[in-house]
Design a protein around this ligand. Structure first.
Ligand code: DGT
Ligand code: MG
Length: 369
């Protein structure tokens, strides 16, 4: 339960990797507002303001008490005049005018709608907005647009993909992926990562890390698994990104950069009969399946712990973990490894990586920053 105030004994770290952030959020009224503002600044490519609101939101998510007055903010990291002003406004009036304005803003609403399509990023959404398009129907009807294969799939399965994936559905997909992998390598390790590993009940996709105990044996596995899923008739869409991984590569400083492992962005057809709570359910059109977004990432075993840590999220947790490694330890961390000045530090488990960084281990359920 969330206690009132009196929480700010001691200080709270500016780094999410030094805070425990569970899914229990005592300050949702403030963090929802900050998340909207962060997204607004992201859409306007104002990185500084976007980051400021994301960090402030993350700090408030880690508190075990609800902010009830301005004094509760004492000793909290990452709160500047701008974010404090929003908190003050919400404390006084129950909401923020700036947030209300953003939520009503036509550009914000349209960019949010368009970027919710699988395969549509900020640049494309903006281009469509500038063309005067405002709805999905208008986008679909515009014959001058050239859609990528990914966007076509995104539009075709839009309603299924926008309705979030439940843990029950994720488990059912997990069984399908595991069975397909084990067919070709009985020792293959198949782990659900991302938000579900952090204990979320719903997600926008299901993320998997797949590897084999023996380094190198993972090569070729993805292609076999994809053939198997195609044979089963449940692979609705896939895009394979080949590995560009080089063991000698020094970790990149750029967090947002995609990692170098072989991976696949897919859409799977999940039969409702395979989901325990949805047995024999059909929608009005008699459709007895749901399209689910699935990411498969295939690192070699010697990178397994780094890949698992990097894909478990949350995004803010990952950003702060790398920033902490960089600024406080003068090391470089990414999804492939940890580099200390001249040497790579090896790790078999996530615990090893936290230990290398001199950090207390955080369970995935405490990484919901
Ligand atoms: P969700 O799926 O919306 O419920 O939430 P998450 O936390 O599962 O987020 P998701 O699926 O977008 O990504 C899972 C984690 O994987 C995320 O916290 C960071 C990592 N990740 C995903 N995509 C990328 C990427 O393009 N680059 C890097 N470096 N990391 C990524
Ligand atoms: Mg996910």
């Amino acid at each position: 339960d969330c206690s009132a105030g009196l929480g700010s004994s001691g200080t709270i770290s500016q780094y999410a990797c030094q805070r425990k952030t569970t899914l229990k959020n005592c300050n949702k009224i403030f963090t929802d507002a900050f998340d909207v503002l962060a997204e607004h600044f992201e859409f306007n490519e104002n990185k500084g303001h976007c980051l400021a609101f994301m960090r402030a939101s993350s700090v408030l998510k880690s508190l075990s008490y609800t902010i009830r007055n301005y004094r509760d903010l004492e000793g909290l990291a990452c709160l500047g005049p701008q974010t404090k002003a929003v908190i003050q406004e919400i404390l006084e009036y129950g909401n923020s005018l700036k947030v209300q304005d953003v939520l009503m803003d036509e550009r914000y609403k349209t960019i949010k709608l368009f970027t919710s399509i699988f395969g549509v990023g900020l640049k494309t959404a903006e281009k469509w907005y500038r063309k005067g398009l405002r709805s999905l129907d208008e986008v679909k009807a515009d014959t001058s647009l050239r859609f990528t294969k990914m966007q076509k799939a995104g539009l075709l399965y839009y309603d299924d993909i926008i309705s979030s994936v439940s843990w029950e559905e994720a488990k059912a997909v997990g069984q399908i992926v595991k069975d397909a992998c084990r067919r070709f390598d009985p020792d293959a390790a198949v782990v659900i990562t991302g938000g579900f590993r952090r204990g979320k009940e719903f997600g926008h996709d299901v993320d998997f890390i797949i590897t084999t105990p023996e380094n190198g044996k993972e090569v070729g596995l993805l292609q076999k698994v994809l053939s198997e899923l195609t044979y089963q008739g449940i692979l609705l869409y896939y895009d394979v990104i080949d590995s560009t991984f080089d063991n000698a590569q020094i970790p990149s400083k750029m967090f947002e950069a995609m990692d170098h492992f072989e991976k696949c962005f897919a859409i799977l057809k999940l039969k409702k009969e395979l989901v325990s709570s949805k047995q024999s359910e059909k929608d009005i059109n008699g459709k007895d399946w749901k399209a689910i977004r699935v990411d498969l990432v295939i690192p070699p075993m010697n990178c397994y712990a780094f890949a698992l840590l990097g894909w478990s999220g949350s995004r803010q947790f990952e950003r702060d973990l790398r920033r902490y490694a960089n600024v406080e330890k003068k090391m470089l961390l990414d999804n492939h490894g940890l580099y200390d000045k001249t040497t790579f530090l090896s790790a078999k488990t996530e615990e090893d990586i936290f230990a290398h960084l001199g950090l207390e281990y955080l369970d995935p359920s405490e990484r919901n920053a």
